[in-house]
Write a protein that binds this ligand. Structure first.
Ligand code: HEM
Length: 448
């Protein structure tokens, strides 16, 4: 056994502390930057102080596997994601071990293949209709536009409402308030703060969702909400109404901003590297006429490479928090029970240990000739790993490809100006100026 030299947290190095706030503001400003800088200076094991608590980071792909794979059941996801407790209690990610497993088995029913096929048809239709509202030849900001689109699609595909149902806008804006509150600095619902608005929105959403349950039980549709009402595991276990509402509320949060952030990076990539846009356009033009199916989605391989590279360069979830439930040893450190521990897929995905010129946009690194993502099971982990690995990863990939197919079959995308794009990392990675773009009608391929 390795000799332990750090019997408590004191021996673990940390960047200089700002009086009173520690590293809280650095983390709020640029979490990945803070971690990349600390890892470069102190090596893979270091700590940062956030809201008065030390959080230990274990860097590297092996540590990612150790924390997320969690074969010894050492790490609580519920305790790690403490900032979500008030607004998203009972969500899948906020459950641990056997309880989490039991709930995930039920949720799996809403992600079965036939159900995903039905969501695909709804998504495809909704994407095409919503894209008709986007203007050609006049600049607009991509990030707010795609956020709005994913939320409106959420009303259709997740809640099963018509795109023009008046409840859709009301639910979407309540939902926006709830998500904004999750990362608010003031954590108490003091009147007029984000937290107060978020809590009020949560009350309204849970009431609305509760009212939808009997309606959908009697008349289920091919939307997530209906499928979650029907969901049962192989032994017939299902959720109470309260559990169902909490799971749905969490699912909406987990699905939307992550996908909107990823699609924005993809749009940036297409506009910045037109040669990759050309490759995807060629794939889209080669699709047979008719609705999408698995084979058609699978044929969009350049789209796959670009999506993977965008998630590597700007992962929507670059840091994954956990809290140790028992003392554990990592290398020569002994970390006590109760310590917050961060897994850092964002730094692993930028590590020269696994990636050639990691800062460069180079989707071919995922191609069959290089397969840099295969250098370690956790080298590429934008969807996490282990028991909590993103349950929506196939849905997200499908949504991105459907969007690209719908957009690029008739348009090209360009940046509206030459201003370099600066990316904010919090609360979700996004371009600081919103990413002004212009859509141009494109020449159609000549028929054979
Ligand atoms: C590009 C888009 C997405 C990214 C990058 C992403 C990323 C992640 C990551 C990293 C986790 C694991 C967090 C942890 O271990 O603590 C996660 C969990 C989760 N994601 Fe996603 N996600 C995306 C889209 C979606 C979508 C579209 C859905 C639903 C349709 C979804 C539903 C969930 C749920 C329910 C969990 C919790 C799983 C569990 O705890 O068992 N995500 N996601």
């Amino acid at each position: 056994m390795t000799q332990a030299t750090a019997l408590n947290l004191d021996d673990i190095p940390h960047p200089p502390l700002t009086p009173l706030v520690g590293h809280t503001l650095d983390l709020l400003r640029d979490p990945l930057g803070l971690h990349m800088g600390a890892a470069a200076t102190y090596g893979p094991v270091y700590k940062v102080k956030v809201l008065g608590q030390w959080r230990v980071s274990l860097g590297g792909a092996d540590a990612l596997e150790f924390i997320l794979g969690d074969t010894q059941k050492l790490f609580s996801s519920h305790d790690g994601w403490d900032m979500l407790h008030t607004l998203f209690p009972g969500g899948l990610m906020l459950r641990d071990f056997d309880d989490h497993r039991a709930h995930r088995r039920i949720m799996q029913a809403a992600f079965r293949k036939p159900v995903l096929d039905a969501y695909r048809a709804r998504l495809e239709e909704a994407t095409e209709i919503l894209l008709e509202d986007w203007e050609t030849d006049s600049p607009f900001k991509f990030f707010p536009a795609i956020k709005d689109m994913t939320l409106r699609m959420g009303a259709a595909v997740f809640m099963g409402l018509d795109l023009d149902d008046p409840r859709a806008e009301q639910l979407s804006s309540a939902f926006r308030a709830e998500v904004a509150a999750a990362t608010a600095v003031i954590r108490k619902p003091v009147p007029f703060t984000k937290m107060a608005r978020g809590m009020a929105a949560r009350v309204m959403l849970t009431q609305q969702f509760s009212m939808m349950i009997p309606e959908r039980r009697d008349n289920p549709g091919d939307d997530f909400f209906s499928q979650m009402v029907l969901a049962a595991d192989e032994d017939g276990n299902s959720w109470t109404a309260e559990e169902l509402v909490d799971h749905f509320n969490f699912l909406m949060m987990a699905a939307h901003d992550t996908t909107a952030s990823a699609l924005t990076k993809v749009a940036w990539a297409l506009a910045t590297y037109p040669e990759w846009q050309d490759k995807i356009i060629a794939e889209v033009d080669a699709l047979p006429v008719g609705p999408m199916d698995d084979a058609r989605l699978a044929s969009m391989q350049a789209a796959d490479l670009v999506f993977k590279e965008c998630l590597r360069l700007l992962p929507p979830v670059p840091l994954i928090p956990r809290r140790a439930v028992r003392d554990f040893q990592w290398g020569n450190h002994i970390i006590p029970a109760g310590t917050w521990v961060s897994a850092t897929p964002g730094t692993v995905m930028m590590s020269p240990e696994h990636w050639t010129n990691p800062q460069e946009f180079d989707p071919d690194r995922f191609g069959p000739e290089r397969e840099e993502d295969r250098s370690h099971k956790y080298a590429w982990a934008p969807f996490g790993g282990g028991a909590h690995k993103c349950i929506g990863l196939h849905f997200a990939t499908m949504q991105v490809k459907l969007f690209l197919a719908a957009l690029l079959k008739s348009h090209r995308i360009e940046l509206a100006d030459d201003t370099p794009v600066d990316w904010a990392r919090v609360p979700i990675p996004q371009p600081k100026g919103g990413l002004p773009v212009v859509l141009r009608k494109r020449a159609q391929p000549s028929s054979p």
